[in-house]
Design a protein around this ligand. Structure first.
Ligand code: FES
Length: 129
């Protein structure tokens, strides 16, 4: 066997394990994505800021916003609000409750909005977490 034939066989034989690894990566990723999405329903919410474990729902007449309660600085849960400002208890970041934008650091990234749907008849808000 000459050198060129040896390299050809080596190249072809390495494709099989690589294709197996690739398929495992794709299957694992799909499983992870499916498992990570869940829904939570919220009913009878008052206007203004509603703080929950994972979710912040801000209801104003004609407009509802839903944010993740994770601070974008280091991931602490935002548990307090004052005068339409969301306060992180860990290092003092402040966010505008209407837009989720940072008003004071150390965070520099806005709160992450979460996809949701609002049932106009029942007022139920379904959030994908
Ligand atoms: S985790 Fe919120 S300010 Fe640091």
């Amino acid at each position: 066997m000459n050198r060129q034939a040896f390299l050809r066989i080596l190249g072809v034989s390495s494709l099989l394990p690589l294709s197996w690894l690739w398929s495992r990566m794709i299957l694992t990723q799909d499983k992870y994505l499916t498992a990570s999405v869940s829904q939570k329903k919220f009913r009878n919410l008052a206007d203004g800021i509603n703080l929950f474990d994972e979710v912040i729902i801000v209801r104003n007449p004609g407009k509802t916003m839903v944010f993740s309660s994770r601070c974008t600085h280091a991931g602490c849960r935002i548990t307090r609000s004052e005068n339409n400002i969301l306060l992180c208890p860990c290092h003092g970041s402040r966010y505008d409750a209407t837009t989720g934008k940072v008003l004071k650091g150390p965070a520099f990234e806005s709160l992450h909005p979460l996809p949701f749907s609002l049932d106009q008849i029942t007022g139920t808000i379904t959030v994908k977490i």
